[in-house]
Write a protein that binds this ligand. Structure first.
Ligand code: PMV
Length: 359
């Protein structure tokens, strides 16, 4: 499939007014995407758990206007006009205008809110951009009723990807692969697809507690971060390793080997950070409390024969992953022992979710 698949037909049936609201989730990568080429093409395939509680809810009101050559929109975040967010969204619209030319025919009022606290260090670009993409696809479906549900989801992911790569994994759930991979049927660099094989029951309703070690602005934006992979001495090996890890995790997810899951997922997280530590310029994104938490998790795992593990984003916060059967004990452990390492003892309990929901 190529990008021409996502162009619109010429005889759209325009409506005067329409409003859509979508809730779309955040996601946490198990095999990480780090490194890309233009336009938002990943250097390796990645896979993530879709989250359930961490999400964005976005409403877009579309009002028909004379076709113009600028995209007209107002942006409100948590009820307040937010012009500081506008350049990022304007850039997103510029990247998708070829595939959504109807955005020149409407004035858009975008209202957005997140379920997780603003500047909690949880990236809102994945849920934020996928929510806009999903609202646009609802409008497109109204202008062209021939679209199938499958096409709508694919194109929503395709559009979201053009805003932020990982946003392509925030349309469906519970596990989404993005990036062309020989062993994942239907996988593509252009959009995310649901993991196509039967997943072992141990990975159903998997838990993710997000420990907020550092709620500040990201020290390294993902644009800067991905660029660090150009001319990185270990980049090519890393891309090969990630694709091999995707083969391995695909087997693990099917056969239920949780011990293998734990070591692969932790290794992926540490490798992501190792790539940043060995970039030029270099960065350490973990904080002392990130390491405290990791050591406590390892101790707990050994002492309790547990399958708890951690993963990291490009920041200091820690995602603690564990099977549902350990929920009671691990939640106690987090509350009693790990929350002290979080800013203001703040953490968010989440679990795997199923993707975008129309409101
Ligand atoms: O989607 P971006 O460009 O913000 O990149 C996300 C990169 C990581 O979160 C570090 C890894 C991933 O696969 O989500």
């Amino acid at each position: 499939m190529n990008t021409a698949h996502f162009l619109v037909k010429s005889d759209l049936k325009f409506v005067d007014k329409s409003t859509y609201t979508w809730q779309t989730p955040s996601n946490i990568a198990l095999v990480k995407y780090w490194g890309k080429s233009n336009p938002q093409i990943p250097k390796n395939a990645s896979i993530s758990f879709t989250l359930n509680n961490c999400h964005t809810i976005t409403t877009i009101e579309f009002d028909k206007k004379e076709k113009g050559d600028v995209v007209e929109f107002d942006l409100f975040f948590e009820g307040k006009q937010k012009d500081t967010f506008k350049p990022k969204i304007a850039e997103f619209f510029a990247r998708i205008q070829e595939y959504c030319p109807y955005i020149f025919e409407y004035k858009m009022i975008i209202n957005s809110e997140n379920s997780f606290p603003h500047s909690s260090g949880i990236a809102s670009s994945a849920s934020g951009l996928s929510a806009i993409a999903r609202c646009l696809m609802s409008l497109e479906n109204e202008l062209n009723s021939e679209l199938t549900e499958e096409y709508i989801n694919k194109k929503a992911s395709f559009l979201a990807r053009l805003g932020s790569g990982s946003a392509s994994r925030s349309i469906e759930g519970p596990l989404v692969v993005w990036g062309n991979h020989s062993e994942i049927e239907g996988s593509s660099d252009l959009f995310g697809v649901r993991f196509p094989y039967k997943v072992h029951t141990v990975f159903e309703n998997y838990q993710d507690a997000i420990l907020l070690v550092d709620k500040g602005e990201k020290q390294v934006s993902s644009t800067v971060g991905h660029n660090l992979m150009h001319n990185h001495p270990y980049a090519e090996n890393r891309f090969t390793q990630a694709n091999e890890n995707l083969t391995k995790i695909s087997e693990i997810l099917q056969n239920g080997d949780v011990k293998a899951f734990v070591s692969l997922v932790e290794s992926e997280a540490l490798t992501l950070h190792a790539m940043m530590m060995t970039s030029n310029p270099y960065f350490i994104l973990m904080k002392p409390n990130t390491l405290e938490i990791i050591n406590r998790i390892w101790e707990y795992r050994n002492q309790n024969d547990s399958n708890i593990c951690f993963t990291l984003d490009a920041g200091a916060n820690v995602h603690v992953l564990y099977p549902e059967c350990e929920k009671g004990a691990v939640n106690q452990f987090i509350e009693n022992e790990l929350s002290q390492y979080c800013q203001k003892n703040h953490y968010i309990c989440d679990s795997v979710g199923f993707g975008a929901k129309k409101m």
